[in-house]
Write a protein that binds this ligand. Structure first.
Ligand SMILES: [Ca+2]
Ligand SMILES: [Ca+2]
Length: 341
């Protein structure tokens, strides 16, 4: 074996490169394996996901973990300024400042500002002798950022960071992992399905989402109040809202279709699916009850054909025995219907 290596320099060199390549691959893979087995020093956003309602306020801490003798911290955290802004924690200074936590708050704080235009938070602080270095353990908070006016979700990413330890008279930079975070704003999006008795096409049901409480009376509401959101069902009866305000801002979902009893969902209107509501046919005169007035109207329209006939409950273009039977079957019923399934 020795002879072979000596004979051909090319072979030796080739093997050497292969070994180097293997070493490189192994060493590149090592930090991942080690990080899983035994987490090393880190700086991170805690909680990693801050869930806020739209327009809401909440705080995240910037913590450092698994560092012994921490003495200095510097970081820049970026966010989408179109989605959220940093609340000013120091009204005595111009600009926007975040909260520096002890013991760094009594140290040499060089920077603790936020830029709500560029979307970044900058921090640089060191402890001062005689303050002892910090053993951070599993997580030590150095700063707190209060977020306000959140309108959309955004990542919170460290674009740079430096951790410095001071031990035995030596200042040294600590290699560490950056754990980014995020602000999450769940979208309030109630949706559901409306079926229309006697029809196979469920389109054209007007659905409203309002900040005003649902009406307690059975009377048909007439016109939409200002500020409500409106949508219309498709042929399958499906509707969906994407509401810009927090869920708690909305107190009532309601809707109607000519010829049918109205329906509603009282507060709290859930985000996501409300299920399906089945509307009974026969409310020709829009008073939200099916009674003799409706039957009388159908009777007087009996035999008529054309589009947009009030008494044409099933929408087949003619007022006939089918429409009369639908209304008669539901005689005595009143809306609004609330039995979602
Ligand atoms: Ca009626
Ligand atoms: Ca008809």
């Amino acid at each position: 074996m020795d002879a072979q290596f000596k004979v051909s320099g090319n072979i030796v060199r080739g093997i050497g490169l292969t070994i180097m390549a293997i070493v490189l691959v192994v060493s590149a893979a090592q930090p991942v394996g080690l990080a899983l087995a035994n987490p090393g020093p880190w700086i991170g956003v805690i909680p990693s996901t801050l869930t806020l309602s739209s327009g809401g306020t909440g705080a995240t801490e910037i913590r450092v973990g698994e560092v012994n003798d921490l003495y200095g911290v510097e970081f820049t955290l970026t966010f989408n300024p179109a989605c959220v802004r940093v609340k000013d924690n120091d009204s005595t200074r111009s600009g926007v400042q975040i909260e520096v936590l002890a013991p760094f708050s009594s140290g040499a704080v060089v920077n603790y500002t936020a830029d709500n235009t560029a979307g970044k938070v900058m921090f640089a602080a060191s402890l001062i002798t005689p303050t002892a270095p910090v053993n951070t353990g599993t997580g030590f908070a150095v700063a707190r950022i209060t977020w306000e006016n959140a309108t959309c979700s955004t990542a919170l990413i460290f674009s740079s960071s430096k951790l410095v330890s001071y031990s035995g008279g030596v200042v040294s930079e600590v290699t560490h992992e950056r754990r980014s975070g995020q602000i999450d704003i769940p979208v309030f999006a109630p949706k559901g399905t409306v079926t229309l008795e006697g029809r196979t096409n469920y389109s054209g049901v007007e659905v409203y989402l309002s900040q005003q409480a649902c009406p307690s009376v059975t009377a048909m509401w007439t016109e939409p109040i200002s500020g409500v959101l409106k949508t219309v069902t498709n042929a399958a009866g499906y509707f969906e809202f994407t509401a810009p305000l927090p869920a708690a801002s909305y107190s009532c979902l309601r809707g109607y279709k000519q010829g049918y009893l109205s329906f509603m969902k009282r507060a709290p209107v859930p985000s996501g699916s409300l299920g399906t509501i089945d509307l009974l046919a026969g409310n020709v005169n829009q008073d939200n009850c099916i009674n003799i007035f409706d039957l009388t109207q159908i009777g007087s329209d009996f035999g008529k054909s054309g589009s947009d006939l009030r008494s044409d409950l099933n929408g087949d273009g003619v007022v006939n025995i089918l429409d009369l039977t639908l209304a008669a079957k539901n005689f005595g019923q009143c809306g609004p219907v609330e039995n979602w399934r």
